[in-house]
Write a protein that binds this ligand. Structure first.
Ligand SMILES: [Zn+2]
Length: 421
């Protein structure tokens, strides 16, 4: 049965207080709408729902306010066009932008104190042509102070232990892969802090990022600025002169960065980075296509971690259900007939969605001698993947099925997140 122990992070004690911003709208006369008070309420709601973004989108007759929660955009409330304008004006004030400029895009950033918590934000404003005339669309991204704790990410214990032992390696590359919004940055920051903690600050850690997503206390983070000739390559070259032992490179996108990163991994540095690839083994062909020699790539890479964030069932309304026949039929392996599938029915706590929070599902490829020689012969990603399974790698699909069969996530969500096996 569903177990709260499986519920990652913040176990809720009370039901949510409801929508502050919506009750503000009801309580205020339309003409006495105060954008600053409304924004305060809206931000309090956003924090309450753990939203990462607030979207203010002019539509036909309204301005729609949406929150991004657990990666999914949800309608929150509708404003009158004039209220929408006031709200965007207020966002410009807090983002230190030009309030009078309504005709060109603007980007700002700052900090706000909401219910005693200081939250950093970025705001982006874009003029649009809406039904109600010229309007502006605003996207606010919130960055809350977080604890980057490897244990708290919700990795299964076996993978966590393997990953932690890889973090003690003196040299080589640890590569993360997975699409955007799969939690890679959080895993990397948590890993760096783990290294720092384990070495009692004796390993010199430096990062190169584009952009620095979170300023993490205790890390020395550099942000590239390609427009000013300070791209990943230049930053990496400069950093190598600063005697780092552990290097984090936000992402490897070009050949020059790839070559320097591999070189660093082969010459006494532990390199943590992300490489875009659909499959855990796709990282090798990707680096080869960027001009890294197969032997060098195979020698430098210690392991590749491929991960996704899977939306989890709401703990208050999850109940047994039977997935559709075609869903079950699409599974490559026969599922135990006694398997108990669970799905959230929707309640006040989860705003009727049936979901609350996300957990990590992953696969960790530790490169062994056999894998190394297969990479050296230029084997394709599919072939490498089959070898990885033969040598005992638990696939991301199996990881997702573990979440499904323990009642943490519905089958349909797992298939949507991972794709067919
Ligand atoms: Zn619920």
């Amino acid at each position: 049965m569903f177990n709260l122990k499986h519920f990652f992070g913040r176990p809720p004690e009370t039901a949510p207080p409801g929508q502050l911003a919506a009750s503000y709208l009801v309580s205020c006369d339309r003409r006495r709408f105060k954008a600053d008070a409304f924004l305060d309420q809206l931000l309090a709601d956003a924090l309450h729902w753990n939203a990462t973004d607030i979207h203010v989108i002019p539509e036909s007759e309204h301005v729609s306010v949406r929150l991004r929660i657990d990666g999914a955009l949800r309608n929150f409330l509708l404003l009158q066009p004039l209220q929408g304008r006031f709200l965007v004006g207020r966002l410009k004030v807090v983002g230190e932008l030009d309030v009078l400029n309504t005709f060109s895009p603007q980007d700002g950033a700052g900090r706000l104190e909401i219910a005693g918590e200081v939250v950093a934000f970025r705001v982006s404003i874009m003029p649009v042509r809406a039904y109600s005339g010229s309007q502006e669309r605003a996207i606010l991204r919130l960055f809350r102070r977080r604890n980057f704790d490897l244990k708290g990410l919700g990795m299964d214990n076996a993978t966590l232990q393997q990953w932690k032992s890889l973090l003690t390696e003196p040299q080589g590359m640890l590569v993360l892969t997975g699409p955007a919004n799969s939690g890679k940055t959080t895993t990397i920051y948590s890993s760096l802090l783990e290294i720092q903690h384990r070495s009692r600050g004796e390993r010199n850690i430096a990062t190169i990022e584009d952009p620095v997503e979170f300023a993490v206390p205790g890390l020395s983070q550099s942000q590239v600025n390609p427009g000013d000739g300070f791209g990943f390559t230049e930053a990496l070259r400069a950093m190598m002169r600063q005697d780092p032992q552990v290097i984090m490179i936000g992402e490897i996108r070009d050949g020059e960065t790839a070559k320097i990163a591999v070189e660093a991994g082969l010459t006494g540095h532990l390199v943590l980075t992300t490489v875009h690839s659909k499959q855990v083994t796709g990282v090798f062909p990707r680096l080869l296509s960027l001009g890294v020699g197969a032997v060098r790539a195979a020698s430098a890479i210690l392991a590749v971690l491929n991960q996704r964030l899977l939306r989890l069932n709401c703990p208050f309304c999850a109940q047994p259900y039977l997935p559709a026949e075609e869903m079950l039929g699409s599974l490559p392996r026969k599922i135990n007939e006694n398997a108990q599938f669970m799905r959230g029915a929707g309640c006040d706590f989860c705003r009727g969605t049936g979901f609350y929070g996300r957990g990590i599902v992953n696969e960790l490829l530790v490169v062994n001698a056999e894998m190394r020689s297969a990479v050296c012969t230029g084997a394709l990603s599919q072939d490498l993947y089959a070898r990885a399974i033969d040598s005992g790698m638990r696939t991301i699909w199996q990881s997702a099925m573990e979440a499904v069969l323990s009642g943490r996530a519905p089958l349909e969500q797992a298939i949507e997140t991972i794709g067919p096996e």
